[in-house]
Design a protein around this ligand. Sequence first.
Ligand SMILES: NC(=O)c1ccc[n+]([C@@H]2O[C@H](COP(=O)([O-])OP(=O)(O)OC[C@H]3O[C@@H](n4cnc5c(N)ncnc54)[C@H](O)[C@@H]3O)[C@@H](O)[C@H]2O)c1
Length: 322
Amino acid sequence: MNKILITGGAGFIGSNLCEYFLNKGNQVVCLDNFATGHRHNIAPFLENKNFTLLEGDIRNLQDCQKATEGVDYVLHQAALGSVPRSLKDPITSNEVNVTGFLNMLVAARDAKVKRFVYAASSSIYGDSQGLPKVEDVIGKPLSPYAITKYVNELYADIFSKTYGIETIGLRYFNVFGRRQDPNGAYAAVIPLFVKQFMSHESPVINGDGNFSRDFTYIDNVIQMNELAMLTKNTQAINTVYNTAYGDRTTLAQLVQLLKDNLVQFDPKIAEVEVLHGPNRAGDIPHSLASIEKAKKNLGYSPKYSIEQGIKEAVSWYWEHLK
Ligand SMILES: NC(=O)c1ccc[n+]([C@@H]2O[C@H](COP(=O)([O-])OP(=O)(O)OC[C@H]3O[C@@H](n4cnc5c(N)ncnc54)[C@H](O)[C@@H]3O)[C@@H](O)[C@H]2O)c1
């Protein structure tokens, strides 16, 4: 049994990590300021004696120090996501994603945690054209958000080299699944479109629908976090891994897949029209991960294709949103 600090534990990915590691009998500490996370995401864990909620802000070093006390592993998820959010308010994204990240690294180093696994991002590939994306060929960032995630990797690298703290960065590619927030100005495309279809509103695809993404189901991401946290392979640490399924789906295909899964619950959804808008600033046209490095070094074997993941996610949203 380990004591695991999950920052951003009230968010989408963080709450799924909390649930998984609690179910495996670990002690879990969740540090969150509820900026974008929700109390209802962690409500079921509050009665578990192995769960501790620390309401705090990673921009505050003392909160990070308190959270890392006696902790074996850190799974650092807290950040302000979304490219458009960072374009609108780059200062706050930088404070949380860079200063907050540095605070967490310093606290984790001083608390002598066994390993610091953190949420990196596929946005680091920026303007690089090649597909699939391989970890050591990145481009120029295309948004303030991408810069913050790049800086995270640079800091993690320097901290492992100079202070000896073990780090692993997981470059998440468009993660989706239960508890991803469908509401708010910066909602991700899958929960947003599901919510719109369910209320018979037309989803709007940015661009012609030919942009593609390596949509990654949450359970594949949980697997990567566990492998990264526990690997004994010393060659596998102090580096970064694409965290994806390794296949790409266009936005047009995604919308069709969502529709196909939703019509079984409500046949009227078949008639909902799909609209198109302009391309969005900072968006890259295509994203596809090579997952060879994770397979080779960590033994990663993703269990959910997009089709299987969408089936699970749509059922969950139908249960919880209707
Ligand atoms: N969802 C994706 O597709 C995706 C892709 C690439 C990277 N990521 C990264 O994964 C991580 C988790 O993303 P998510 O999709 O679960 O987002 P989310 O918004 O659901 O979760 C982020 C959590 O961090 C918390 N948080 C934000 N600022 C904080 C602060 N100052 N102090 C403490 N807690 C704070 C939020 O309240 C929230 O609970 C983030 O680092 C994000 O950048 C996500």
